[in-house]
Design a protein around this ligand. Sequence first.
Ligand SMILES: Cc1ncc(COP(=O)(O)O)c(C=O)c1O
Length: 377
Amino acid sequence: MTDTPPRPGTKPARPHFSSGPCAKPPGWSPERLATGSLGRSHRSKLGKARLQYCIDLMREMLALPDTHRIGIVPGSDTGAFEMAMWTMLGARPVTTLAWESFGEGWVTDAVKQLKLDPNVIRADYGQLPDLGQVDWSNDVLFTWNGTTSGVRVPDGDWIADDREGLSFADATSAMFAYDLPWDKIDVATFSWQKVLGGEGGHGVLILGPRAVERLETYTPAWPLPKVFRLVSKGALAEGVFKGETINTPSMLAVEDAIFALEWAKSEGGLAGLIRRSNANAAALDAIVAARPWLGHLASDAASRSTTSVCLTVEGADEALIKKMASLLEAEDAAYDVASYRDAPPGLRIWCGATVNTADIEALGPWLDWAYASAKAA
Ligand SMILES: Cc1ncc(COP(=O)(O)O)c(C=O)c1O
């Protein structure tokens, strides 16, 4: 038998560090959700009012300008992003950027499903591609925050003001964590399950005026399933952006999102959420800086995520990471911290706003314990 190091004294009060679905907002419990809209038609006065309230709160918490529409759609972030791809692409050449698994997924959609022959600009895990290479006469697809590599675009400065193409941002792990430059974004998508700690199932679709113009003036060559249809008789289906969902939503998921958004408001809205996430990322960074065996997968601090923080572990292979993650889970010290299945073996710690900084701070000694224990095993 090999000696294992002693367990640290303090555990994170909430060991929920998964990068999706992410930790519930502090203080959440199912009893605290409003349930009056459950078991009712989502098209009843009450159902529609709750959906509209959810949309209004999202707009307020994102500081979304009036130029952009925001609506609830089926299929979580994937549904929202694919809805945008299927309804708007094909009108002009396409560039897709990929530096981790989800961006790569949109490349697959564009190449294999839509057969668009896009210009693909790639970078390895931990890096960003050269954003200066992007030709803005194209429609451009990218992931604002690469959840599986912990690399994000640093800002929107690389997005041309006079672009002819549309910018499509999969921003599911960026929304409510960064101050997004809305004038640079024609399409953005996210799911409640990330920074809000909400549920999956629904996606949120944000459209700028140029995206609406595309929808109203262009008809794709391929058939569109009903759940993707945003246009009716040549005009945008405005109801989608007023809580008249295309098909039946989960009102439980909506009520859960409302809880999270009201919590966000009590934390000071977007600025408060960004502050919480930055504090978490800084606390984790201090843990990394103090340990020679831990490092950041994202080499450049300017494009390092403050939500899905991906760490390298010296000498680790998949088996060691699996062991560390299962030891941490068995102790209820940290859940779901192994890197994504397609990413290099390492740890991934969610630092979004619903995580408390004290819990990140308490994690450091547990990482030491799990690393030593896994190596000794
Ligand atoms: C960047 C990114 N895109 C898309 C997805 C898929 O999201 P969903 O499962 O909510 O559809 C994820 C999920 O982690 C993601 O991180």
